[in-house]
Design a protein around this ligand. Sequence first.
Ligand code: HAM
Length: 489
Amino acid sequence: MRAIHRIVTTRLCSSFRPILVDFVSCSPLRQCSIPRRRLICAAAAKANGGGRSGSIVAPPLVSEEDFQKIDVNPPKGTRDFPPEDMRLRNWLFNHFKEVSRLFGYEEVDFPVLETEALFIRKAGEEIRDQLYCFEDRGNRRVALRPELTPSLARLVIQKGKSVSLPLKWFAVGQCWRYERMTRGRRREHYQWNMDIIGVPEVTAEAELISSIVTFFKRIGITAADVGFKVSSRKVLQELLTKYGVPEGLFGRVCIIIDKIEKIPIDEIKKELGFTGMSEDAIEQLLQVLSVKSLDDLEDILGGAGEAIADLKQLFSLAEKFGYSEWIQFDASVVRGLAYYTGIVFEGFDRKGKLRAICGGGRYDRLLSTYGGDDIPACGFGFGDAVIVELLKEKDLLPELGQEVENIVCALDKDLQGAAATVATTLRDKGQTVDLVLESKPLKWVFKRAARVNARRLVLVGKTEWEDGSVSVKVLSSGEQFQVKLNDLE
Ligand code: HAM
């Protein structure tokens, strides 16, 4: 088929960038050798209001010659998953999924493409500036999801009273953020999420952290390698109420505070000043954020508030779940998303070399921001990138080779049909089979068997086949025998 591609311009963050869309698969193509004049053409066509109604811009056709030389790398910040990487990804995702099931969670999924409005919050979050957003052919503003939580909230509202609470849901899905690339931060990543909807008690957060600890233990990570910094947004809420900061500014203040380690402190103070906080209040707030013990926090806030009560309960439950040595109080943890309302936590590597491994918290009021009735909720997101960096650091990456139980090979070209029958017989019995599809010398077959880690070699030779039998060689022991096809297990 003749390849016809169109160039569209689309808004990415605030700037216009050209994106190539293959309208057969609807997937973005590599930004390759597109002559600049063609891009100009596309922009000009848009300005002239060209193109059929509903399309993004008037799309000039680009001839096949323009696409002869493509960049074979995936777009910056994204990854291919060749088999060796896919094995690792499957290994990781299987652990995510098995742990979720161990805790009684059900798997859910959502579209990667959502309406842009789902991700637009007013608090000035970084995640909003990183949004991959554009207009589709029906002139709808859409975005590639940067996280899963808004989609989950949307689905909970949609399900309404048809679901009985609490819900315990998990998902593993791809997220897109136009990030500055650092170690473990990419423009596309997969996130494992576990969320509990309908439980107002801290028992929910305590169990969520327990599930992450269970995951770490399964893959060989210990409390000496990683920990969780835990705090509560209620700490800030109580302080801000004390300083007369309006409730509506709470999310904004949290976002500013989350940047403390990323931008100079004077900038932080200036931004906090814009929210109406006095200099004195800002100084005291920054002082409280440096508190690292619950007792010291209690001295500052007094023992009566919800923040202290929640945190004490969490630490007590951590003991019962058996992960006390994994968690520590740290008032500076507020998290960068506006919707958290209570306990917040982040997984970190104790050597301090990597960005946050995972993070989550309570978001009791997210649903009402979408017009739904609020339901208490909490959860976490765990990316697939930082954990792999950590496993590399610790030399804990598993060695995962291809695994196939049998290689089936015809010894004669005429017996290729017979070999197909043998392969089908084995596959019907649940055995994995790599069938040799061409006439190859035995030396080649043995090499291939070693490469795919085959357990057995099943050879289909003329004399044996006339007798309804095949030769089997067990590769680990060298044992060799003949067996009737029907008896081959
Ligand atoms: P988040 O802290 O933005 O939270 O992301 C959660 C985790 O996703 C991070 O700790 C990190 O492991 C991974 N992650 C985030 N951005 C990137 C990136 N650019 N490259 C690689 N990995 C990344 C959330 O997204 C919340 N929605 C989590 C949540 C679920 N809260 C409640 N339920």
